[in-house]
Ligand binder design. Structure first.
Ligand SMILES: [Zn+2]
Ligand SMILES: [Zn+2]
Length: 130
């Protein structure tokens, strides 16, 4: 697990426990479903579930719902508090977009947080031509 993540847990008031280290290390390699996390971390169902809730509350992990699939848990790697998340449906990659990439224009909103977008990333688009 990256030292950056350890600091982030601390600043969110979460202790760096063994289950949290296991879950975050697994998510560093890519988004995972609850079932995939169980398998990879060898932790029990309730422990994984409880820790995912704590990590989501702290904004370190977010959940993606895909139609017809189990929800996927994605690691938020950016430390800036307000930024949008983009998730590629094709390669299941989560991307933290730089702040101010996505705006909701007035008069609809003056402030937004936790914007989430679903689509296809540039990497996947380039594959089509090959
Ligand atoms: Zn993020
Ligand atoms: Zn992609």
């Amino acid at each position: 697990m990256k030292p950056k993540l350890r600091k982030r847990l601390q600043s969110e008031g979460l202790r760096c426990t063994h289950p949290r280290r296991c879950i975050l290390s697994a998510l560093e390699h890519g988004p995972k479903t609850h079932a995939e996390l169980l398998k990879e971390t060898q932790l029990d169902r309730v422990t994984v579930y409880r820790n995912l809730i704590a990590l989501q509350r702290a904004g370190i992990v977010y959940r993606v719902y895909l139609p017809g699939h189990d929800p996927v848990y994605v690691l938020c790697e950016a430390e800036v508090p307000t930024h949008a998340h983009f998730f590629c449906q094709k390669c299941r990659k989560g991307i933290c977009l730089p702040p101010d990439t996505v705006h909701v224009a007035a008069p609809w909103a003056t402030y937004t947080e936790r914007i989430f977008l679903l689509g296809e990333c540039m990497g996947c688009r380039q594959d089509i031509g090959n």
